[in-house]
Structure formats: structure tokens, C-alpha cells
Design a protein around this ligand. Structure first.
Ligand code: TRH
Length: 381
């Protein structure tokens, strides 16, 4: 019989929670052949990252995953053998009770947020007994080292990327009305939160000595771009030229098409968690905007990733990468942006080489899906 898994996802805001839960669910079906249900409390958010999902009913099968509406009160259902609570979302009480009487008890795992911080390895896999019920929850921490839960990546991702780069670039650019990039042109994707440093970055791009094409998926940053362009509104499909900068708003697509954008661009601005990891697997330079947290906890996360990411880069290039990432995250004066950009540009070739090499190091952390399966199977024994 196929192993059964239930994944619960409470969408707080943005697309990271559902994006990661969905990627995991797909991986468990595709790479392991499990019977997976994904319980989601916000079907609209799911529809945004997977437009093929159109159901307004209780469930729809997508890519072999049963995507189910998580409603209150919760439906009566037999719990799966493995239960994943994504990012500490509290499971429905009735489901927990059903878990407590199931024999054998399900393996209950809380999938945590990704961080490059050193404390992650020490917390990975720790148990937490339920105060009342005969159940134990385990904390599963993704991370950048082999002693953590590793990173989400499909077994065939590198092959898919290579095939795309070999065969599909002209058609990819054509959908945006673009030819293949000119020799001196830089193509950038920009997926970001509202950011006080954005106008200074756009100024620097407009003043660049070489052409820059920036593709921006429609979203939170669009109003700020409209303000900088001094236009009333911006919609997908619009193109604006300011100096060396061609700004193009593109539709928000499904996850797979977003990968194509990351693979095709020379530099990707990404945010949160999932797009940051995908940009790293894209083997292209990236600039990460960490999800803003209280008391600037995200600055520590940013520095922790920078510390790992810049190992192996020469000192000047490492400084250029760090300065640009930090300036983009408000850890410095936005007026420094022009200088940060010029320094990054001067080191671009070394940074590009490094982005390729980084994927080899990244692989050492291990594949999250496989590690999670192994972890659950050990507990089921
Ligand atoms: O949307 P985010 O800002 O999500 C955030 C973070 O995950 C953060 O850690 C979390 O605490 C917060 O949500 C609640 O960024 P992230 O993580 O990159 O997720 C975006 C998802 O959207 C990712 O799966 C990629 C996907 N995506 C598309 O499918 N199509 C697109 O066009 C784009 C731009 C993104």
C-alpha cells in the first residue's frame, strides 16, 4: 500500500508558505509515489502560484496531489501515516484527537522556516511531546549543511534547467516581445517587497553604461515602480524606458514558469524563502531581500546566508555581493546604492562564476524531500 501523507498549510501572507508546501507535496508524489493530501486554508493563494487549480469545491487533484480545502469545522477524516504541519500552523483539534487514537500513531512533523544560521543544526529533529495526548511532534529544520533537513530540490531540476537553456531561450524571450539579449545587455528579474532602496537602485540602472532590461512580476512592488516612473498605474505587458533601463512588467506565473525566468536572467532579485532557494539552484547571481521581521531578526538571517554564500569568492567580490545585499535590505544608507551597484558590476564575471560553483556546495546539504522521507520512515519503524 502507498504511504499516506497529510500536509497542512495555513497561508499567512504572500506566497512562501503555500509555495513551499506545494513544492513539497509535488515532490513526495513525483519522486516517492506517496498518496498526498495538501490541506490549504486559502485556495486563492494556491490558485495564484498554480493557476491550473480552479476548484471552488472541497478538493481537486493537481499533479497527483489531492489539494483539499481546510475549513472550520474540519471534516471528519482518517489521519495519514505522516502528518506535516507547515511552519507551526496549529492542526485542527478534531484531527489531533483522531491522530491520538490511530494505531500506530502518525509521525507528526513540524516543517520549519529555512535559515542559514548556525543554531539550526542543533534544533533539527528535536521532539516535543504533546502536553495531553499520546503524541510527539518533531521539528524538521531545512538548512544549508548536511546536519540539517537540507533544501527543497527536485531530482531532475539540473537536467530540466540545462534542457531549457539549450532549447527554449529564443521562445522564452519572444513571449515578452524580446530577442535574445545583446552581448553587453544585462537581464534582471525583480521579485521584491516594497523597499525604500528601490528608487536608488532604479536610478543606478538608468545611469548604467550598458543596457539593462528588468522584468518585474506584477505584485507588491508595482506601485513603487509606478511612482518612480511617474505613471498612474502599471499593468503586466507595459514597458517603460528610462536611460539605460528598460522596465517591463510581466504576469505573475506558475512556479515552473517562474523558474524559467530565473534561469534565463543574468541576475535575480528574490525575496522570502522559496524564490531565494530557486534563484540559488538557477546558478545565477542573486540579490536576496529577507522577509522583514520584528526587531530586525531578518538582518541576522541575511548575514548568516551571506557568510555561507560568499565562501570561495575573492575578497573584493565577496564585499561587493555583501554590500549590495545589505544595502537592499536597509542595512546601510540607500544613498550608497549607486556605489554598491557599480562595485557589483565591476565584479560581475567573478560573481557569475561563483553562482555556478555554489550549486555544487549547495547539493552537499542534501535534498529535503528525501531527508524528510527517511526521517519519517525511521520513526514509523
Ligand atoms: O511570497 P514570499 O514573500 O513568501 C514569504 C516567505 O516565504 C517568508 O519566509 C514567509 O514567512 C512569508 O512568505 C509568510 O516569497 P517566497 O518564499 O519566495 O515565495 C514566493 C512563491 O511564489 C515561490 O514559491 C515562487 C512563487 N512564484 C510564482 O509561482 N510565480 C511568480 O511569478 C513569482 C514571482 C513567484
Amino acid at each position: 500500500m502507498r504511504a499516506t501523507w497529510d500536509i497542512f498549510c495555513n497561508v499567512i501572507d504572500n506566497y512562501g508558505d503555500i509555495g513551499i508546501a506545494w513544492r513539497l507535496a509535488r515532490g513526495l508524489v513525483k519522486d516517492h509515489g506517496f498518496d498526498v493530501r495538501l490541506w490549504v486554508d486559502d485556495m486563492q493563494a494556491f490558485h495564484r502560484i498554480w493557476p491550473a487549480f480552479t476548484s471552488d469545491g472541497d478538493q481537486q487533484v493537481c499533479e497527483g496531489v489531492r489539494v483539499c480545502a481546510w475549513r472550520t469545522p474540519f471534516v471528519t477524516t482518517e489521519p495519514a501515516q505522516v502528518v506535516i504541519e507547515a511552519f507551526g500552523c496549529a492542526l485542527p483539534e478534531s484531527y489531533l484527537t483522531a491522530m491520538s487514537v490511530r494505531a500506530p500513531a502518525p509521525v507528526w512533523i513540524n516543517l520549519e522556516y529555512l535559515s542559514a544560521e548556525a543554531w539550526v543544526a542543533g534544533h533539527h529533529g528535536l521532539p516535543s511531546p504533546h502536553p495531553r495526548l499520546p503524541l510527539t511532534k518533531y521539528f524538521f529544520f531545512p538548512g544549508y549543511t548536511p546536519d540539517t533537513g537540507g533544501l527543497l530540490v527536485e531530482a531532475d531540476l539540473a537536467d530540466k534547467r540545462a534542457t531549457f537553456l539549450e532549447n527554449s531561450l529564443p521562445a522564452f524571450w519572444c513571449q515578452f516581445g524580446l530577442e535574445l539579449p545583446a552581448a553587453d545587455e544585462l537581464r534582471v528579474s525583480l521579485f521584491a517587497y516594497e523597499n525604500p532602496a528601490l528608487p536608488a537602485l532604479l536610478d543606478a540602472w538608468a545611469a548604467d553604461a550598458r543596457p539593462i532590461t528588468c522584468l518585474v512580476p506584477e505584485g507588491r512592488v508595482t506601485p513603487q515602480l509606478a511612482a518612480w516612473l511617474a505613471v498612474y498605474d502599471l499593468k503586466a505587458g507595459e514597458v517603460h524606458q528610462r536611460g539605460a533601463l528598460r522596465l517591463q512588467i510581466v504576469p505573475f506565473t506558475d512556479q515552473d514558469a517562474y523558474d524559467h525566468l530565473l534561469w534565463a536572467c543574468d541576475l535575480n532579485f528574490v525575496r522570502g524563502e522559496d524564490s531565494c532557494v530557486r534563484a540559488q539552484w538557477a546558478a545565477r547571481p542573486l540579490v536576496w531581500q529577507a522577509y522583514p521581521q520584528d526587531e530586525r531578526a531578518h538582518w541576522e538571517k541575511l548575514d548568516a546566508l551571506l557568510t555561507r554564500y560568499t565562501v570561495g569568492l575573492d575578497g573584493v567580490s565577496a564585499d561587493a555581493v555583501s554590500a549590495l545585499w545589505r544595502c537592499w535590505n536597509g542595512m546601510g544608507d540607500a544613498t550608497e546604492m549607486a556605489r554598491c551597484w557599480a562595485n557589483w558590476r565591476a565584479r560581475q564575471t567573478a560573481i557569475e562564476r561563483h553562482a555556478q560553483a555554489w550549486t555544487t556546495r549547495l547539493r552537499l546539504a542534501g535534498r529535503l524531500t528525501g531527508k524528510l522521507v527517511e526521517f519519517a520512515e525511521n520513526k514509523l519503524k
